[in-house]
Design a protein around this ligand. Structure first.
Ligand SMILES: [Zn+2]
Length: 404
């Protein structure tokens, strides 16, 4: 009799623990939107400043690109990091002048939207601004070739830069890039001094784009946790830009953060191969068309347009879907824990290479739906979306020894 009661009790408990109605896709989306609306949503790498500098406004909803204020509001993004990207070709051509121009153009755009967005100069600022229902924008530098000496770190901090990476696609006088020639076997002596000064003033050290050896050097120097603001896991996609398990573990063991990039080139190791094959095939088609219509003309133009349309469609189909972003997040979580992973989309810096279903910032709820489906809890999703970045930022601020 007693055994029967126990069995019945277990069945009742199991029944009550099941949702009465399983969530359908629209329920999941509603849940995702609610989660986003109650979270700090801090994408740690967006190239909007370059877009603005090129003359496009992010005040209005655009047809192209992935970010503007209207779409950020729709997707629920409230605390992005805007990267002032300096091309390596300017490393020896007064990069600070270029950085100032990009920053000025971006500031102008933000001031135009003062009711909507505000610049955040601290982690407290992010919380306050988001609480007030506005978008909190943090500024970072991608390629710190403007740091000719430690004094430049102070100057750029004073101007509002709160995060910086030492280089971009090529090696420079501060350090080696993951996609450049080896110059220093890691960091240059000045690069090391710059990292120490960044720690001192409370500027977050970003290691995305850096060579493995440069990341190791930084880990041995930095007194504060570091971030890879837009990098994926190399174990899932072989690319020098991605992080090895060894580096992910080393970054996490020092309290750091790895924020996953949304470019298919970095997310899916086989995409580059497919992309190159499509490009080659369509190049040949266009060549044949040119041979057929040496004078070009209207018929040529129509056919060329058709070819380009087909090519675009093929590119689109060759890309992975948004589940792959969650795959990288999950991989990093399983490797080092939920406190060390987030998102760094690289929007406006990756062309149209974001995965299918994640073409712009309005699709953030869809990404969160995939996280829910993959078994992430609400608090885990909140950490991924922004709490982890906020925690890291606060730890960097605590290590600060120079108040500017
Ligand atoms: Zn980048």
């Amino acid at each position: 009799m007693r055994k029967k009661v126990v069995v019945i009790s277990v069945i009742i408990v199991l029944f009550l623990s099941l949702p009465l109605f399983p969530e359908n896709s629209s329920d999941l989306r509603i849940r995702a939107i609610k989660l986003i609306r109650s979270s700090i949503v801090a994408d740690t790498h967006e190239d909007a400043p370059t877009t603005v500098y090129k003359g496009e406004s992010i005040t209005i909803r655009r047809e192209k690109g992935q970010i503007d204020f209207p779409r950020m509001l729709e997707g629920g993004q409230n605390s992005p990091v805007f990267a002032i990207w300096i091309p390596n070709k300017l490393d020896n051509k007064d990069p600070e002048v270029y950085a100032l121009k990009v920053m000025a153009a971006t500031l102008k755009e933000i001031y135009k939207n003062e009711k909507l967005a505000e610049i955040a100069y601290s982690s407290d600022d992010i919380e306050r601004i988001v609480k007030n229902g506005k978008i909190a924008i943090t500024f970072s530098l991608e390629n710190a070739s403007v740091f000719h000496s430690v004094e430049y770190v102070n100057i750029f901090y004073k101007m509002g830069i709160r995060m910086a990476s030492l280089t971009h696609m090529s090696s420079n006088y501060l350090c080696d890039s993951s996609t450049g020639k080896e110059k220093w076997s890691g960091l240059s002596p000045l690069g090391k001094e710059i990292i120490r000064r960044m720690n001192k003033v409370g500027m977050i050290v970003d290691v995305s784009h850096l060579s493995d050896k440069a990341v190791e050097d930084i880990l041995s120097i930095s007194s504060a946790p570091i971030i890879a603001s837009h990098s994926c896991a190399r174990a899932l996609a072989e690319h020098p830009r991605n992080l090895s398990d060894k580096l992910i573990k080393a970054i996490a063991s020092k309290g750091g953060l790895i924020d996953v990039n949304f470019a298919s080139f970095y997310l899916d190791g086989t995409f580059i191969k497919r992309y190159k094959e499509i490009t080659k095939r369509y190049k040949q088609l266009i060549k044949k068309l040119e041979e057929r219509y040496p004078e070009k003309g209207k018929e040529y133009e129509t056919k060329l347009e058709e070819i380009k349309k087909d090519q675009k469609k093929e590119y689109q189909n060759a890309k992975p879907d948004l589940k792959i972003v969650v795959k990288h997040i999950k991989y990093i979580k399983e490797l080092v824990g939920i406190d060390h992973v987030g998102i760094g989309s690289d929007f406006e810096g990756i062309g149209n290479s974001a995965p299918r279903g994640l073409s712009d910032v309005t699709h953030l709820p869809d990404l969160v739906v995939e996280m829910i489906k993959a078994g992430f809890t609400d608090i885990e999703i909140k950490k991924i979306l922004g709490l982890n970045f906020l925690r890291l930022y606060k730890e960097v601020e605590k290590k600060k020894t120079l108040d500017l």
